[in-house]
Design a protein around this ligand. Structure first.
Ligand SMILES: Nc1ncnc2c1ncn2[C@@H]1O[C@H](COP(=O)(O)OP(=O)(O)O)[C@@H](O)[C@H]1O
Ligand SMILES: Nc1ccn([C@@H]2O[C@H](COP(=O)(O)O)[C@@H](O)[C@H]2O)c(=O)n1
Length: 212
């Protein structure tokens, strides 16, 4: 049996961090692709951006979305605690276009395995302690910026000027201050300048082992 020395609790919680555009979401999609849907759940840190409904759209545009204070970690942690106790949660829905939470929520049921992904998930000590396995996805900063530009313009309703302004003024400095240093807490670092099917298969093997 392949366990990689992980102490399996009733629910396996895997944290996946890494700078913007490193490919966290893509890696998670690849991992869960061939796994049973009702056994593995995914929670994105993005769903837990603070509710900024009280601010105007212009004011929301000024927020530093790469600082840990922009995330409602207390809610995320309490939701994981509930899931671990076998209870369902109402996960917020975040709109990148509106830059705030929507009124609706999504019901997430407890699963044998929960993957939590986001730029800052290894930077918060209390959240980090909840993870049975900690993964950091690495891609070079120029690669990440190119991917981020393409994605934000295509999918998140931002223009070139806005993406570059944010990159220089928030994304890059916060990456250096909070995200890159959190790499030291990782059990596994996945190099992802190119698609890394070997690493994805390894993580899937660990999860499959838990599901036996
Ligand atoms: N290994 C890779 N090689 C090339 N492009 C990638 C790779 N991984 C992800 N991408 C692309 O880069 C963009 C950002 O990836 P995403 O998974 O959303 O990153 P993250 O969640 O870390 O911000 C997406 O358009 C995705 O298709
Ligand atoms: N309204 C927002 C909120 C966040 N961002 C950026 O998202 C990045 C984190 O998500 P990834 O999928 O890239 O990991 C983060 O770097 C924020 O700057 C945004 O652009 N707009």
């Amino acid at each position: 049996m392949l366990t990689f020395g992980i102490k399996f609790l009733s629910m396996l919680i895997i944290g996946i961090a890494g700078g913007t555009g490193c490919g966290k979401t893509t890696v998670v999609k690849q991992i869960v692709q061939e796994l049973p849907e009702n056994e593995v759940g995914v929670i994105s840190q993005d769903s837990y951006y603070n509710d900024l409904a009280h601010l105007s759209k212009e004011e929301r545009g000024q927020v530093n979305f790469d600082h840990p204070n922009s995330i409602d970690f207390d809610l995320l942690i309490s939701h994981l605690e509930l899931l671990r106790k076998g209870q369902s949660i109402e996960k917020p829905i975040y709109s990148f276009v509106e830059e705030t939470r929507l009124d609706e929520t999504i019901t997430v049921h407890p699963r044998k395995v929960i993957i939590v992904e986001g730029i800052l998930v290894l930077s918060n000590p209390k959240l980090r302690e909840m993870f049975d396995m900690k993964i950091y996805v690495h891609a070079d900063s120029d690669e990440r910026l190119i991917r981020r530009l393409q994605r934000d313009i295509k999918e998140r309703g931002h223009d070139l000027e806005k993406v570059l302004y944010r990159y220089q003024n928030a994304v890059k400095p916060m990456h250096e201050q909070f995200i890159e240093p959190s790499k030291e807490f990782a059990d596994l670092i996945i190099p992802n300048n190119h698609y890394n099917t070997v690493a994805v298969d390894m993580v899937r093997t660990i999860i499959n082992d838990k599901l036996q």
